[in-house]
Design a protein around this ligand. Structure first.
Ligand code: SF4
Length: 229
């Protein structure tokens, strides 16, 4: 692929060396082509009604400690859906998932894929922040799950990228360690959608040596995405 300067810079931020042999035809170059941009529409009234319903939700105890609910970021009509676990302190403050340092790293990962934040939709398993950024409890994830299912049904993505153990295990209803989920194509049942699992950007900030594996996952996801077309 002919990498843009922006993609090259983002790959360097991810600690990925970029080696492209000169005069090699594009189809024989190692890195995949950028993912395509969204082309579908979403039921906007239903999306906004769901957003309002979530904003007023008091179904679990997490509503007591939140500043606001965190519903989504990016484009709900996108073909790529990224799912994380729950809002952290900054997300709770700003009302948007994946902000702060982890959000910046996610933006770099997307740019390396040839995507902008507005080319994907980003949501979390939980819409309210757990105190002290603890892991979501199973009963909280279960209580919030109907919102997640309705979001996915409205977005109808072509591919789902589950970021981190909590997101992957809750979405797929498995207890498999994340290391064993990487490199596999799972299927979300309704609507049937391929799911690829990779690390959460916050984990990559704590363990930068895993960025290379994360990039392998993203390239794998791009290949699976292209096969859907
Ligand atoms: S986490 Fe989900 S179920 Fe719990 S209060 Fe927030 S929106 Fe409602």
């Amino acid at each position: 692929m002919n990498l843009s300067e922006r993609q090259r810079q983002c790959l360097e931020l991810l600690d990925i060396d970029v080696w492209v042999r000169r005069n090699l035809p594009p189809e024989r170059q190692a890195n995949p082509a950028p993912a395509t941009l969204p082309a579908k529409v979403i039921d906007e009234p239903a999306w906004q009604a769901l957003r309002a319903e979530v904003a007023a939700c008091t179904r679990c105890a997490l509503h007591r400690g939140r500043t606001q609910t965190v519903f989504s970021a990016g484009n709900p009509a996108a073909e790529w859906l990224l799912i994380g676990e729950a809002p952290g302190k900054e997300e709770d403050r700003q009302g948007e998932p994946f902000v702060g340092r982890a959000g910046k790293l996610l933006n770099s990962m997307l740019a390396a894929m040839g995507l902008r934040r507005d080319d994907v939709c980003i949501i979390n398993i939980l819409k309210c922040r757990p105190p002290d950024n603890r892991d979501p409890k199973p009963e909280e994830a279960l209580t919030c799950e109907p919102y997640l299912k309705r979001q996915i049904a409205l977005i109808r993505p072509k591919i789902i990228l589950a970021l981190g153990r909590i997101a992957a295990q809750n979405l797929l209803q498995v207890e498999t360690p994340i290391g064993r989920m990487r490199g596999q194509v799972y299927e979300y049942p309704d609507p049937r959608t391929p799911v690829i699992v990779s690390y959460h950007p916050a984990y990559l900030l704590r363990k930068p040596s895993e960025k290379r594996r994360s990039w392998e996952d993203l390239k794998f996801a791009m290949r699976v995405f292209r096969e859907q077309s």
